[in-house]
Ligand binder design. Structure first.
Ligand SMILES: Cc1cc2nc3c(=O)[nH]c(=O)nc-3n(C[C@H](O)[C@H](O)[C@H](O)COP(=O)(O)OP(=O)(O)OC[C@H]3O[C@@H](n4cnc5c(N)ncnc54)[C@H](O)[C@@H]3O)c2cc1C
Length: 301
């Protein structure tokens, strides 16, 4: 089985999704894993990237992309161009004698769908948060670093067939928060009651060297920027420690954080669903619990 990884970059650096994608290379014989890594592709639209990869894809069985919107688009386009099964959001993948077995969440992650693909050829995007990042590489890894582990497949530079051109890329200027990279996230929900109360979350996050996350209603209320939202329509995160405060734990929230290493939940309602997935649950009012929690963390530093 030969596997081709499409590595997405941002401003020339590997994305977190690409590093996670490479984490899945443990499923295969490393010698059979190849990569497309070319920061120049950032200037090209997805259609063109898919076309260039499709030119090489006949030599490969699996084409795997990161589960970002961009990666999903590339996988879907390749599947269409090559008439291959195309599967997005895959969280588990196994190679069977008679094909592939894949798992992916559907219906806002309320159901995990297990599918049998009756061929070993497919274009698949791997959902963000499904695999640990490949330790040996980082966002700063160069072509030479990557080539220590995988053979790189160069793409044709012939642009004559370009149907669409990227004229400009404008980065949104918003408050910067690297929530997908943070080892610790202290997230607040509607139960925090006001934007001012979020200061308690910032205090705890600072003490732990983490960042602040939020549920959807908090973002909708304008208490915090959308960049902080975790869940189905926000970010998917996998920190070592996730502290959920005043968050009920709706499926649409859980889908973005359930794979965190250790989950602490603070909630007044002992029946809140967040306690079903928490490693440690504290039942009570955040107004009392959070200042003591933060004080204790500072004391022990
Ligand atoms: C298509 C779709 C996409 C969605 N995407 C997302 C998403 O990306 N992210 C997301 O989060 N949601 C998302 N949602 C919304 C989701 O269904 C829930 O409505 C939302 O997660 C609830 O947010 P919450 O837990 O902050 O609020 P609530 O469900 O209202 O929970 C508040 C919690 O705070 C507790 N509480 C209250 N006061 C205190 C106190 N003083 N101390 C401690 N605890 C207290 C309560 O007991 C309660 O459990 C989506 C929904 C849909 C339909």
């Amino acid at each position: 089985m030969r596997v081709l990884y499409y590595l997405e970059t941002s401003e020339g650096r590997l994305t977190g999704g690409s590093l996670e994608l490479l984490g899945s290379s443990g499923l295969f014989d490393k010698k059979s894993c190849f990569v497309v890594f070319d920061p120049e592709l950032e200037k090209k639209p997805e259609y063109e990237i898919a076309r260039l990869i499709s030119d090489k894809a006949k030599d490969f069985d699996l084409i795997l992309t990161p589960g970002s919107n961009h990666g999903k688009a590339v996988a879907s386009l390749i599947s269409g161009m090559l008439s291959l099964p195309g599967l997005n959001n895959v969280t588990k993948l196994s190679i069977e004698d008679d094909g592939l077995e894949i798992t992916r969440p559907i219906y806002a992650a309320k159901i995990l769908e297990k599918m049998k693909v009756e061929t070993k050829r497919a274009a698949i995007s791997i959902r963000i948060g499904s695999f640990d990042r490949m330790d040996a590489l980082s966002k700063e890894s160069s072509v030479a670093d990557i080539e220590k582990y995988f053979q790189r497949i160069p793409l044709s530079k012939n642009n004559n067939n370009e149907l669409v051109k990227v004229v400009d890329t404008v980065m949104t200027v918003t408050e910067s928060v690297n929530i997908e990279e943070a080892p610790v996230i202290v997230a607040g929900g509607r139960g925090m009651a006001s934007a001012e109360n979020f200061n308690m979350l910032y205090d705890l996050a600072d003490a732990l060297g983490g960042v602040v996350g939020a549920s959807l209603p908090v973002v909708d209320s304008g208490w915090i920027d959308k960049n902080h939202q975790i869940g189905q329509s926000g970010r998917t995160v996998r920190p070592s420690l996730y502290i959920a405060v005043g968050i009920s734990g709706a499926p649409q929230h859980q889908v973005g954080m359930a794979e965190s290493g250790y989950i602490v939940a603070i909630n007044m309602n002992p029946k809140a669903p967040i306690f079903d997935i928490a490693n440690l649950g504290l039942v009570g009012d955040f107004r009392k619990l959070l200042p003591r929690f933060t004080e204790e963390v500072i004391k022990r530093k």
